[in-house]
Every structure is written in C-alpha cells, then in structure tokens.
Ligand binder design. Structure first.
Ligand SMILES: *Cc1c(COP(=O)(O)O)cnc(C)c1O
Length: 393
C-alpha cells in the first residue's frame, strides 16, 4: 500500500517538492506514525505550523463543534468566530485591525498592497519601493517572490514585480544608504527562517524602527514563522522592544488549518476600504474558531514559558554538540526556532539518517539543520534527538 500511494502521488501531483519516501497517516502530540506503523518524533511540526502538536484535543473539539455549526458564509456577513479572533489579535498585539486570508504569501501580498494603497491615498504614489532583506523569504506568489531576497526562488520567473530593493540583514548602514525618494517601507522577518535561522543583532531592529520613523517609512514584520509563540513570546517583536506598523501571520495561527492574517495600525489599515482587497475564504468560521482556541491555549497553558525553558535547554545541547563536532560552524536561533550550520557535511543526508532513526528534522539551504518542533516538545525528546545527532555527526 505504501508504495502504491507514493507511486500514485508521483504520477499525478505537481513535482514542486522532492518528498521523503514515507506516508504519514496519524499524529498525536509530538509523534507521527506512517502507514507501516513506524513512529517518528516530529521536529518539523509541518514547518513551524503545529505548535500545539498533532491532534490536540482542545483544537479537535473546537473544530468538530464548529464543523457541526457553520463552515463558511463569505465576508458579506458577520460571523462570531471571526469577530472574536480579530478582537483577540488586536488586544494582544500592537495592531488595531486585521485582514484575514489563507496563507503566508497572501498575508504578505495584502501587506504589500496596503502599503502601496496607503501612499497612493496620501498623494505620494511616487513612493512605492519596499526594501527587503537578502536571504529573506516572503512567499511564492508574484509579489512575495519579488520581495524574497533569494535568487533561486525568483529564477525563471522574470520579470518579477517591480519595486523591491535588497540589503543585507543586520546592516543598518546598508539600509540607510538604500533609502531614496521612492522608498515607502521596509519588510523584515525578525528572525529569518527559510534563509537559515538568522537572528538580528540586539540593537538592529530598534535602529531600523528609528530609521523608519525618521524617513516616514512603514515597518512591516513578517512573523509568519516567528509568530504564535515560536520564539518564546507570542510575537517575536516583543523580544526586541519594537513594534512594526504592519505584521503578517500564518503558519501556526490555526495549528494546521490554512489561515493568514495581516495586522496594521488604524491609520494605515484605513487605506483598505470596501472593495479594495478581498478573499473568499479569508477568516471563514471554521478556521477562525480553530485559531481562537489555539491562541488561548498558547497563552494560558504555560506554553510560552515551556518554549523558553526547553528552547534554552535545546540550545545548550546544540552548543554541546558543536564542541564535540567541528563540522558544526554555528548554532543559532531563539525559543524553539533553532538551527545548526554545517561546514561541509551534506545536510540532506543527515535528515535522511535521522528519519531512519525515528526523528523528523529539516534542512534548509543544503547545509543548515533546522529544528522547529511543536512547542510542547519534552526535554527527553530533545535528549534523544541530540544523542542521535551526536552519533551521526
Ligand atoms: C512560510 C513563510 C511564508 C509563506 O507562507 P505560505 O503560507 O507558504 O504562503 C512567508 N514568510 C515567512 C517568513 C515564512 O516562513
């Protein structure tokens, strides 16, 4: 049966992913089972999505209750879960308004459109250029791949959307020098995810904020990966003593259901009036009901504290590995968004060996191992993975 499924999939699904040859069937907490009954400890969490783990009973219950009540009605009408989720997000962030969509790319797309509309409405349509970071990742739609500072993601799709400039992350002088009369915003991941788990220098984001204020630029934080507790705070910006003007969320926002959100301050959000932007499925009752319980669990069950504690524990263990294995050149990250950079070794081979030993981990950029487990991961699971890596390296 396993080979049949893999064969069928390979025959008919677009070849945009090279997949590992296992068929996952069931999950519970930090464990996944495949169709031949093998169990895996999950350090990927659906790429920083299932922050509460798999088959979380509270989320499942909210989902089935909402499924029996109302799935979808469109945004022509009000619904209770959407209003409640938006209120929760506004109460727990810098923002005043929320636009709902279905993915990270769509959330960034909304942020880019809002930025352009805001400057247009001010009569400053000549200001449309957005400065993004090298090694950033903002999505795969045309606008978001145009904002992504990785050649390999834009390759083959020229001409991309005009209006994006790139500077190195953590380089405030480069940013300052790139600003001109056409610049209107800066878009940044507080910690770069797909680009390799790159953390900002302690004062960098504050300096960007100051620069944006001086030059009247909007500051957009892409917290699609760093948000919803991943770094040990609800949103990563809370670590750095700054708040953006616009923030995008997706990934873990509903623990596995497709949802995206773009949050903004009132003055900026006002540029989106009726008819200016839309999404059929945006903020549908079923996903917003799920998201609301996810956020309440993240906030109330000690998840953030646990993430900070085990995140530090994990980091110490990875640093211990670095002492023992010269192939590790750097250990980076925050909370449970951690990465180790390998000098020479083939990261994909290590991922494969880990899988054979019952651990799912992820490799980015060919040589950076990324660890983004559910936030409920136990120290004993971390110990087991680290022992496995110690042996493999
Ligand atoms: C995953 C990701 C995106 C894209 O999200 P999709 O839901 O895949 O469109 C954008 N920005 C960051 C930082 C991400 O990690």
């Amino acid at each position: 049966m396993k080979q049949d499924i893999i064969q069928t999939a390979d025959d008919v699904i677009a070849k945009t992913y090279s997949r590992f040859p296992i068929v996952l069937e069931r999950g519970e907490g930090c464990r996944l089972w495949d169709t031949v009954g093998r169990c895996y400890t999950d350090f990927v969490a659906g790429i920083a999505v299932c922050n509460l783990g798999h088959a979380h009973p509270g989320v499942s219950m909210a989902l089935s209750k909402q499924a029996e009540t109302l799935l979808h009605v469109s945004n022509l009408y009000y619904t209770i879960p959407q209003a409640e989720l938006a209120s929760w997000l506004v109460e727990n962030s810098f923002a005043d308004r929320v636009f709902f969509c279905n993915s990270g790319a769509e959330a960034n797309e909304a942020a880019i459109k809002l930025t352009r509309k805001y400057f247009n409405d001010k009569g400053e349509s000549h200001r449309f250029r957005i400065i993004a970071m090298e090694k950033s990742f903002h999505g795969r739609t045309f606008a978001t791949l145009s904002a992504t500072g990785q050649e390999k993601i834009r390759k083959g799709f020229d001409p991309v959307l005009e209006g994006f400039d790139f500077v190195p992350f953590n380089d405030i002088e480069a940013l300052k020098n790139k600003i001109d009369d056409a610049t209107c915003a800066v878009i940044i991941e507080p910690i770069q995810g797909e680009g390799g788990v790159h953390c900002p220098d302690p004062q960098y984001l504050k300096a960007v904020r100051r620069l944006c204020d001086e030059q009247k630029l909007l500051m957009i934080f892409d917290e699609i990966q760093t948000g919803i507790g991943r770094t040990g705070k609800l949103f990563a910006y809370e670590h750095f003593g700054v708040a953006p003007d616009i923030m995008t969320l997706a990934k873990a926002l509903a623990n596995g259901l497709p949802i995206g959100a773009m949050l903004a301050k009132e003055e900026i959000a006002a540029a989106f009036g009726p008819g200016s932007h839309a999404s059929t499925f945006g903020g549908t009752p079923i996903v917003t009901a799920a998201s609301l319980v996810v956020l309440k669990f993240i906030q109330s069950e000690g998840i953030l504290e646990h993430c900070q504690t085990v995140g530090r524990y994990f980091m110490d263990k990875l640093l211990w590995l670095k002492e023992r294995h010269s192939v590790i050149s750097q250990v980076r990250g925050m909370g449970l968004m951690l990465g180790i950079q390998l000098d020479t070794a083939d990261g994909d081979a290590i991922v494969k060996s880990c899988m054979e030993k019952g651990f799912l981990i992820n490799c980015i950029q060919g040589h950076i191992l990324r660890f983004i487990p559910p936030l409920i991961i136990a120290k004993s699971d971390i110990d087991a993975l680290v022992a496995c890596l110690d042996e493999l390296l």
